[in-house]
Design a protein around this ligand. Structure first.
Ligand code: BDR
Ligand code: CA
Length: 311
């Protein structure tokens, strides 16, 4: 199985992404989960990550706490989307599994150094603070990364936290700039694709119909998420952003994209955190990311539901 580190700020959609990975041990080996401040502050994201591992029946997964604020600015959170806890919806017990003592950034560095080059994939589902810090602290690890598959950014779909920026990139544009200019291979799941992965009522019903604690919790999470997103993005359901990352690892054939150059706006007040993607190749800047734009949504939800049923 492919070894991955999930870097995350759960978040209901982060939770589903983690569950999909933990449900797929034949293909994916989660060597650690690193929490970062984002949707809610760090004390909640690291706790939520552990709640999700226990929900999956995998209390042995190692969970680390990382950076509690972006590199160069104050933390912006998204309780208006995810609720006060970050995981509002289901009523899940507090975790009893431990939080690891090591800092998430050191865990990322140590893991990349300890494994053969190009055998660890990073899966960031939140602001890129932890990954950028690791690259700054230990530039030697960049070449050892197999691939970075992340959720963030947008091109035609522009922004969801400001008119120009997607939340994960907006929260820490400086970190995003570091990661996008580092030189490691990157696959990006921007809003353009996640806004096609919509939790319609029949898809939500399918989660619930699993009848398991995981299926019911996921239905309740996506129900909650729905309340915010539905009015905004139309009547067909809320976008399930972060699970696109894990689904891509399992079934890249479900996705389509283009190799483009992506740069991050780090200075402008108006467009801070914008992912400037050269979709039409109007510059001579070399491509640095595979930007995904399309997904077979039915295939994605079939995969997700089938895998969640295994937990
Ligand atoms: C991203 O922001 C967060 O609210 C979600 O968890 C997702 O990672 C979508 O813009
Ligand atoms: Ca997230």
């Amino acid at each position: 199985p492919r070894k991955i580190i999930i870097d995350t700020d759960p978040g209901q959609d982060d939770a589903v992404a983690i569950l999909l990975a933990l449900a797929s041990p034949d293909e994916i080996d989660v060597v650690g989960i690193t929490a970062v401040a984002g949707n809610v502050p760090l004390p909640l994201t690291q706790k939520n990550a552990r709640i999700v591992c226990e929900l999956a029946g995998k209390p042995d997964v190692k969970v680390f706490a990382g950076c509690d604020r972006p590199l160069g600015r104050d933390l912006v959170t998204a309780e208006h989307v995810h609720g006060k806890s970050g995981l509002d919806g289901p009523d899940l017990p507090d975790p009893t599994m431990p939080l690891q003592d090591q800092h998430a950034v050191d865990f990322i560095i140590e893991t990349l150094r300890a494994h053969p080059p190009k055998t660890i994939t990073l899966c960031p589902l939140g602001p890129l603070t932890n990954v950028a810090m690791a690259f700054e602290k230990a530039p030697d690890i960049v070449d050892r990364v197999q691939e970075i598959v992340l959720m963030g950014g947008a091109y035609f779909e522009v922004g969801n936290i400001t008119p120009a920026a997607e939340f994960n990139i907006y929260v820490d544009p400086q970190a995003a700039h570091i990661v996008f200019s580092a030189g490691a291979p990157i696959v990006v799941m921007p809003l353009d694709v996640t806004h096609k992965a919509l939790v319609t009522q029949p898809r939500n019903d399918a989660f619930r119909a699993l009848g398991t604690p995981v299926g019911i919790a996921v239905a309740e999470m996506t129900d909650f998420f729905e309340r915010f997103d539905k009015e905004k993005y139309g009547s067909s359901g809320a976008p399930l952003h972060d699970p696109c990352v894990t689904a891509y690892l399992l079934r890249p054939d479900l996705f389509q994209g283009r190799n483009v150059n992506v740069m991050i706006e780090t200075r402008s007040e108006l467009t801070l955190g914008m992912t400037v993607a050269d979709w039409w190749g109007v510059t001579d800047r070399a491509p640095n990311a595979l930007f995904i734009g399309d997904v077979d949504a039915d295939g994605f939800f079939d995969l997700l539901t089938e895998r969640l049923g295994r937990l």
